[in-house]
Design a protein. Structure first.
Length: 246
């Protein structure tokens, strides 16, 4: 069901073409926002997501962007402002994830995690900040339970997300009082991949809520930060069904 909580506002979701980013983009559109998404290689998925947003009666825009690049981040924000005339919500969802033993982790794998998962949100927030300040807007970063609970086989990923959590708090201090900055940290989220069935069952058993999360669970948490009290800032919210308590 659509609402009007974000009517007249504009949102930008990085990595919004598919998976969790797509669910976030659609939730924001359902709440009334015009929504732009960025993509890097998923042009077909981006076009599909834009059509879905438009079907909800919202303005939609897909922008090719490499969040690791200053120039690309600048151009993306510029294109969104040209299309919508304003920016109220930035969701930093673009991320990379890989598994590797820490003792044999390559420098390239380490750098790749930080370039996208930490540098990307910094660059996008910096470029968007003047527009967000003008709109008294909001930034929502997508962190991870792995940034709260270190995962031995994902040391580079966990470290990059832990850095993003701290960056969220630094941004919240630096960008206040005009802009709120918060972070959603998902636990195990099922995305429909056949290869994850065994792993999904294992995590569901360990989770107090006796199920794994969905992309829509994450999207609803983002929507809370996008529409909730402006007095909430600098928070990292685990959306994990209690898995982090195990």
């Amino acid at each position: 069901m659509t609402t009007s909580l974000l009517s007249g506002k504009a949102a930008l979701v990085t990595g919004g073409a598919r998976r969790i980013g797509r669910a976030i983009a659609l939730a924001l559109a359902e709440a009334g926002a015009d929504v732009a998404i960025t993509y890097r290689a998923s042009s077909a998925e981006a076009a599909s997501t834009v059509r879905e947003i438009a079907s909800l009666g919202r303005n939609a825009l897909a922008v090719e962007c490499d969040v690791r690049s200053e120039a690309s981040a600048h151009n993306a924000v510029t294109e969104v402002i040209a299309g919508f005339g304003r920016l109220d919500v930035l969701v930093n969802s673009a991320a990379v994830f890989s598994t590797a033993p820490l003792e044999s982790l390559s420098l390239e794998e380490w750098d790749a995690a930080f370039e996208t998962n930490t540098r990307g949100p910094f660059l996008m927030a910096r470029e968007a900040l003047p527009h967000l300040r003008a709109a008294e807007g909001r930034i929502i970063n997508i962190g991870s339970l792995g940034g709260l609970k270190a995962w031995a086989t994902h040391g580079h990923y966990s470290s990059s997300k832990a850095a993003l959590h701290t960056l969220t708090q630094a941004m919240a201090k630096a960008f206040a009082p005009q802009v709120t900055v918060n972070c959603v940290a998902p636990g195990f989220i099922e995305l429909g991949a056949k290869t994850e069935t065994v792993t999904a069952e294992k995590f569901a058993v360990r989770t107090p809520m006796q199920r794994n999360g969905s992309a829509e669970d994450v999207a609803q948490a983002v929507l809370f930060f996008a529409t909730g009290p402006r007095f909430i800032t600098g928070q990292v919210l685990a959306v994990d069904g209690g898995l982090g308590l195990a």
